[in-house]
Design a protein. Structure first.
Length: 131
C-alpha cells in the first residue's frame, strides 16, 4: 500500500516468517503478536530489516495473552543490559467512545469479573498459565 505522503506499507503474516526477510524499514507495527503462529521467527526476521533512519522503531499492539514469546519480549534488554521495551496498557473502558454500545453491553456483561475479562477488558497480563 502506498500512502498519499509516499510512505510504502507492507503486510506480513505470522504464518510465513521467511516472507518478512529482506525488506528494510524504519518502522514496524506488529499487531496481535500473541496470535501469530510463528511469532519469534517472524518477529526476528522483521527486526533484521529494521535498520533505516536515525531511530528505527517497532510497536507491538496485542492482547496480553501469556505466550512465552510475548512475556520474553516484555523483558528484552539491549547488549548493555538496558530495558529496550516500553510497555503501556489500556482497558476496554478507556476506548468506549470508539466502540458500539451493543458491543460494550454484550462483552461487558459476558466477561466482566472473569479471568478472560481481566485479560481482554482490563489488559492484565495473566502469566500463571503460559502457552
Amino acid at each position: 500500500m502506498i500512502w498519499p505522503n509516499g510512505v510504502v506499507s507492507h503486510i506480513y503474516y505470522g504464518t510465513e516468517p521467511d516472507r518478512a526477510r529482506g525488506p528494510q524499514s524504519d518502522f514496524l507495527w506488529c499487531d496481535e503478536l500473541s496470535k501469530w503462529q510463528r511469532p519469534e521467527e517472524t518477529f526476528d526476521n522483521l527486526l533484521m530489516g529494521l535498520r533505516l533512519g536515525p531511530n528505527p522503531l517497532c510497536i507491538v499492539t496485542s492482547t496480553p495473552r501469556p505466550t512465552r514469546f510475548l512475556m520474553d519480549l516484555e523483558k528484552r534488554t539491549d547488549n548493555q543490559g538496558q530495558q529496550c521495551t516500553i510497555v503501556t496498557r489500556g482497558k476496554t473502558q478507556e476506548n468506549f467512545k470508539n466502540l458500539s454500545p451493543v458491543f460494550i453491553s454484550t462483552i461487558i456483561s459476558k466477561y466482566e469479573g472473569t479471568r478472560l475479562g481481566r485479560q481482554e477488558l482490563e489488559g492484565q497480563f495473566l502469566d500463571d498459565n503460559v502457552d
